[in-house]
Design a protein around this ligand. Structure first.
Ligand code: SF4
Ligand code: SF4
Ligand code: SF4
Length: 197
């Protein structure tokens, strides 16, 4: 069986650039680092990495709070100082730099929003009922069977606007591309909560 080469940290840093969201970048970095180049020879690096991963997961899944950002901000400089090698230090530095330069994006997650729209738990796709002409284009575009509705036929009455089943929706964005009536919108969970209060 061909051996799979373990990724080095440089390759991991290149890969995370594919993500736009800083929280998703951080999560991917830690997932790959923990599974690969992290050797576990010194304690601060694995301990810090595991704890920061828990905190980032909370932020990405809409369970996060300012406290999680504060904990990451506490861990990163200690990990930078006490890690025995460059790999641990570079990983820690990523969090120090991004907390410094992109603090607003971290805070948005603590408040229940993902500005880059990559954390699926933090936003939904929704049909605007009064704009939906029941053309059925989104139904054909959705490969995940997340759209509920019946295409309008001229000889029949009693149609209801289309709907999106939130749990089935993978947030792929294909429906919004094909809706010529601008009847599909992306809504942050935090905005929906505001309306419901
Ligand atoms: S800092 Fe370096 S030596 Fe220490 S656990 Fe991390 S990868 Fe291993
Ligand atoms: S594509 Fe737009 S207008 Fe057509 S059914 Fe879907 S939501 Fe309604
Ligand atoms: S975002 Fe993707 S999965 Fe969700 S309803 Fe639209 S096409 Fe379907």
């Amino acid at each position: 069986m061909p051996e799979t080469k373990e990724k080095n940290l440089k390759e991991i840093f290149e890969e995370i650039e594919e993500q736009k969201c800083v929280v998703r970048k951080g999560l991917k970095l830690l997932d790959e680092f923990i599974d690969g180049p992290m050797c576990g020879r010194c304690l601060p690096c694995p301990m810090g990495s595991y704890e920061m991963r828990i905190r980032l997961k909370r932020l990405s899944e809409g369970r996060g709070a300012e406290e999680d950002i504060r904990v990451i901000g506490d861990i990163a400089p200690k990990m930078l100082e006490t890690s025995m090698c460059k790999k641990g230090k570079d990983t820690a530095r990523f969090f120090m730099d991004t907390l410094d330069e992109m603090s607003e994006e971290y805070t948005a997650h603590a408040e229940g929003g993902c500005p880059a729209r990559e954390c699926n738990a933090l936003f939904v796709y929704r049909v605007i009922p009064h704009k939906c002409t029941m053309c059925g284009d989104c139904l054909e575009a959705c490969k995940d069977f997340a759209i509920i509705g019946e295409k309008k036929l001229p000889y029949r009455l009693g149609y209801l606007p289309f709907e999106i089943a939130e749990k089935r929706c993978t947030r792929c964005g294909e429906c919004i591309k094909v809706c010529n009536d601008n009847a599909i919108e992306i809504v942050d969970i935090r905005e929906m909560e505001k309306v419901e209060v």
